[in-house]
Each structure stands twice: as C-alpha cells, then as structure tokens.
Design a protein around this ligand. Structure first.
Ligand code: DX5
Ligand code: ZN
Length: 223
C-alpha cells in the first residue's frame, strides 16, 4: 500500500503571515510543507531563499519540501540543506550536474528529488533512478501558483512510475501545479504519492479543512 502525502504550497499563502499558514497546514494534517524557491532567472518570478527556509524550520516540526526553481542549483543547494530543508528537488532543465546535486542533497541527509517541466519526458531520468528519492511531475509550467492543471500530467505520472519500475527502481512521484479535488483521484490512481496544492488549500475559506477534502478525494472517499 502506498502512502499519500499532502503538501500545502506556501506560495498561495499570505507571505506576511507564514506562521499562520504553517498552523493551518498542521491543523489540517499536512504531511509536508511545500516551499517554492524562484530565482527570477529559471522562472521569471522571485520568491524566497535560505533565510526564510531557516525561519520556517524554526517555526514548525513538519517536514519542509523545498522546490528549487533556480538556475545551477549545484551552487547553492548546500545552503538549503544547512537551512533545514528535509526534501529538496532541483529541476533537470536547470543543471548540467544533476547527479552531483542529488548526491549533495543525500549526503546532507535530505531526500533528493528531480523536477520535470511539462515538456520534459520521464526518460531524462533513466540514468538517475539510483540517485533519486522522488520525482516531481510539474503539472503546470513553473513560475506562478493558480494556473490550470495540464491533464497530460496524469499519463506522465503513470509512464514515469512504469519506466522506473522497468529499470528495477521504485520512485516516489510528487505532482505539483493545479492539483485539486477534481484531479486528485486520477493522480493517485496513476501512482502519485505526494500531492502539492497551493490555491486549492490556501485559496479555500477553510484551508485546514481543505487538506482533508483533498486527501479524501485522492483516496476516493467522501469528505
Ligand atoms: C508552481 C509551483 C507550485 C505552485 C502550486 O511554480 O511550483 O508549487 O505553487 O500552486 P497551485 O496549487 O496554486 O498551482
Ligand atoms: Zn512547487
């Protein structure tokens, strides 16, 4: 039996009230907190860096899932480990040194992830399975929250899981972008084990309750 983890994305929360956003995630039973780091180069948007990750680390016991949407992450990934990230993903499109990034993350004691933009096929990971703890299937083009889910992502999750298992590996798949109660069950059925959701959680009237609704939807039961 696979475990389903829900990871609220702070990108959709009020950046002036991050402590409240953490409390809502905890109250709703979130498994991870998703932290979107954008550098204004790999993606046009600019968000936060290691000092804020460090502050979040001090403010919660929940695991921090740090999604690095930054160019050449090999140059700064150690700073995110040092700041207390528990899971760290880098984009395969942003580095010439994927293996080095992943092994630095693992040596630092965090879980190592590789994120794929919508146009990047799972086959780019064919030499990386052994170095990966998780793969992130981006179901929007990264840069902003609140974008519509790309439906082809469901099949991509299935294909990625299949390619890993044909090679003899079991890789946890995280899906990020436009995830909501309308697509959660299809994603879980395709093999996704971590669902990231920003707008569907922090855009709801009751963010804590919306975490339970998303989990119920993914598990195919009524909330
Ligand atoms: C997109 C980010 C996502 C985003 C998800 O660039 O990586 O984590 O915040 O937010 P929603 O759920 O609103 O698409
Ligand atoms: Zn993200």
């Amino acid at each position: 039996m696979s475990t389903l983890r829900i990871a609220p994305s702070l990108l959709a929360a009020d950046f002036a009230r991050l402590a409240d956003a953490l409390s809502m995630a905890e109250e709703g039973g979130a498994d991870l907190v998703h932290v979107d780091v954008m550098d204004g180069h790999f993606v046009p948007n600019l968000t936060i860096g290691p000092p804020v990750v460090r502050a979040l680390r001090a403010a919660t016991r929940m695991a921090l899932d740090v999604h690095l949407m930054i160019e050449s992450p090999e140059n700064t990934v150690a700073e995110y480990i040092d700041a207390g990230a528990d899971w760290i993903s880098v984009h395969v499109e942003a580095t010439h040194h994927l293996q080095r990034c992943l092994s630095t993350i693992r040596k630092g004691g965090a879980k190592a992830g590789a994120a794929l933009n919508p146009a990047t096929p799972p086959a780019v990971l064919s030499s990386a399975w052994a170095d990966l703890d998780y793969a992130v299937v981006m179901s929007v083009n990264p840069g902003w929250g609140g974008q519509p889910f790309l439906p082809a992502s469901v099949e991509k999750v299935r294909r990625l899981r299949g390619e890993a298992s044909e090679a003899g590996f079991r890789v946890v798949v995280e899906v990020d972008g436009g995830v909501d109660t309308g697509n959660a069950q299809a994603l879980a059925a395709a093999g996704a084990e971590i669902l990231v959701a920003g707008t569907a959680i922090y855009g709801a009237d009751d963010p804590a309750a919306s975490i339970g609704r998303l989990r119920a939807a993914a598990e195919g039961v009524r909330a």
